[in-house]
Design a protein. Structure first.
Ligand code: GLV
Length: 303
């Protein structure tokens, strides 16, 4: 088995010794491929257009947690997404930061501070914050556990509705009830046909007055104009976004200068190169053993 890695130089440098130690074949960059028939695995963020060049390809490994950037792969080629504890922990940390910032009124204090204005507002206890997490996969569950340990009142909304300790889980059909009890809405959903445009005017209207949005899913899930109207109407209090559509968000976009919106440039997490290499090695071993690939994506479902 041979893995072709297409990635930034830091990743290439990190993967080389790990593959060497593991005794697995690694080719870095398409230019270095001498025998396309030898390539069984491809690790990349986005694959090259000509995948037909690799007829023995068994799996494409997304080097990130998401796979919405991937095209539909040729029949018989599996798709996996990188499972790495570092990704879960980094997104959790970003979500904790955003939740605390919005719960403790940071957008308002940043604005006041820019005017050198000392004006306190009543602080809130964590337990007074009803957090609602959309998407209870690995990352959502990790964030839910930490938020609930801080004392937040945590609920989640997931397709499966599978129970989770210390979290009130709402099933897919119960979205309206979930929204009605959520002051701090956290979106961690993958981008699929069902979630595209989900954060829209209808959804915002179902949140309680003064709710806030924390978005680390995908930009295409959020209708920014609907968010702006909800902010202007005072229905939404503030938002913190790590993802936008498009990325980068154009310099002239209104959200950059709106004090109610805080934007980070898609940095909630980045795959740690060593963890990514170990995930890829696990995928190669699973292919060899005929066992389930780690992070296997249902390409019909989109995650
Ligand atoms: C980042 O958004 C990723 O999918 O890893």
């Amino acid at each position: 088995m041979t893995l072709l890695l297409i990635g930034p130089p830091e990743r290439e440098q990190a993967w080389q010794p790990i593959f060497e130690n593991a005794g697995e074949a690694l080719i870095i960059g398409e230019d270095a491929v001498q025998d396309p028939l030898s390539i069984t695995h491809l690790a990349c963020w986005q694959p090259p257009a000509e995948l037909g060049r690799y007829p023995n390809l068994k799996a494409v490994i997304s080097t990130g947690a998401g796979v919405d950037q991937m095209p539909l792969l040729p029949p018989g080629v599996a798709l996996t997404r990188t499972l790495a504890p570092g990704i879960d922990a980094m997104v959790r940390d970003w979500v904790l930061m955003a939740t605390l910032m919005l719960h403790r009124d940071m957008p308002r204090y940043l604005e006041q501070s820019a005017r050198s204005e000392w004006r306190p507002h009543p602080p809130r206890l964590a337990r007074a914050g009803r957090v609602g997490i959309m998407g209870l996969g690995r990352i959502g569950r990790t964030a839910a556990a930490s938020l609930s340990s801080l004392g937040f009142d945590v609920a989640g909304w997931s397709r499966s509705g599978r129970p989770l300790e210390n979290v009130r889980v709402y099933a897919h059909a119960d979205l309206s009830a979930f929204l009605a009890r959520t002051d701090l809405l956290i979106c961690l959903l993958p981008l699929t046909d069902e979630t595209r445009g989900l954060l829209n005017a209808d959804l915002f209207a179902k949140l309680p007055e003064g709710a806030a949005l924390i978005h680390a899913g995908r930009g295409a899930q959020l209708d920014m104009e609907a968010m702006r109207h909800a902010l202007d109407a005072g229905h939404l209090r503030a938002a913190m976004l790590d993802v936008t559509e498009p990325e980068p968000l154009p310099q002239s976009h209104w959200a950059w200068t709106d004090p109610r919106v805080i934007i980070t440039p898609h940095v909630a997490a980045q795959t740690d190169a060593t963890e990514g290499a170990h995930h890829a090695l696990a995928a190669i071993r699973a292919t060899r053993d005929g066992s389930a690939l780690p992070g296997l994506v249902d390409q019909g479902r989109g995650y």
